[in-house]
Design a protein around this ligand. Structure first.
Ligand SMILES: [Zn+2]
Length: 297
């Protein structure tokens, strides 16, 4: 426990340690992994038991947000990842969840101080403007939409490669199916999107333009229906962004020390029964299949 100014209500109070990517996502990843551990990309030689955490909010504010997070976990994240459903009638809580994720990501970027080095002043100005609106929206327990468009992308392993096989980086299925990742994406044309990837679900909030029509098919309104998107036919720049993130995650894995790789193999061998049915194995097999197809064409 620490004391400080809560970044939601603005009151001086005891702050509790909260997760940037919600805890249930980390739990799911552990439950379905071979080694039962997580790895933090910032320091790949240390096996992490948990995901990034920070002291941002007081208990009362974390409680407000946990209602939306529980809704997302129980009604969408788990049913989708467990293969129970690929189509969802959603309530306003989904939109709130997406805004909460974008808000946490912006705060975390500030906290890491990468913010000021990463973006030019005009981008920072826009992000900060959105941040104020996101905070009010969350704090006021708004049930409507806000003026920025939110999008939810449900993906799965690529088996066929509708996109052009040679373009897929190695281990793309491992990235698509298993990676936790987040970024504030900016384009040369001035677009800004907050990206949070939780295994097979990607949360997007557009800051510039406020309504991003390129992702209209997967836009989340105050309520509605959303379903699995099929093999991705998304804007080409976005596909390239994901491929780059996949390559980055490959690099991080390559940088693991031999000692660490040995340790992981040992844990995996000791958990043989888990290997066969793990989501991780499924991703690796899907990648092998895709590589074979690449070689055929
Ligand atoms: Zn608070």
């Amino acid at each position: 426990m620490r004391t400080g100014i809560c970044k939601l209500c603005g009151k001086h109070s005891d702050l509790i340690e909260g997760h940037i990517i919600p805890k249930f996502v980390g739990s799911y990843l552990k439950e379905t992994s071979i080694t039962g551990r997580l790895r933090n990309s910032a320091n790949p030689n240390i096996p992490y038991q948990d995901i990034d955490k920070a002291f941002f909010f007081c208990k009362k504010c974390e409680d407000i947000m946990s209602i939306d997070e529980n809704y997302f976990s129980q009604d969408i994240f788990y049913p989708y990842h467990q293969g129970i459903s690929r189509e969802f009638n959603y309530k306003f809580r989904l939109g709130r969840f997406l805004i909460i994720q974008a808000y946490r990501k912006i705060l975390f970027n500030n906290y890491l101080r990468e913010f000021n080095n990463q973006f030019p002043p005009n981008i920072i100005k826009r992000i900060n403007k959105a941040k104020v609106l996101f905070r009010d929206f969350i704090l006021n327990e708004a049930k409507s939409q806000n003026e920025y468009s939110n999008h939810l992308l449900m993906i799965d392993f690529i088996e066929d490669g509708g996109y052009g096989l040679s373009e897929y980086p190695e281990n793309i299925n491992l990235y698509l199916g298993r990676a936790l990742d987040s970024s504030i994406i900016t384009s040369e044309k001035g677009k800004i999107i907050v990206y949070t990837k939780m295994c097979k679900i990607i949360c997007l909030t557009s800051i510039t333009p406020k309504i991003n029509k390129s992702f209209n098919d997967i836009r989340v309104y105050a309520d509605g229906n959303i379903s699995y998107y099929g093999e991705p036919t998304l804007p080409i720049e976005f596909m390239h962004f994901m491929f780059d993130r996949c390559r980055l995650s490959n690099k991080i894995h390559d940088s693991l020390s031999v000692h660490q790789k040995d340790a992981i193999s040992k844990i995996a061998l000791a958990n043989k029964d888990k290997i066969e049915n793990s989501e991780c194995t499924k991703a690796i097999l899907a990648d092998e299949l895709l590589e074979k197809k690449k070689n055929v064409y």
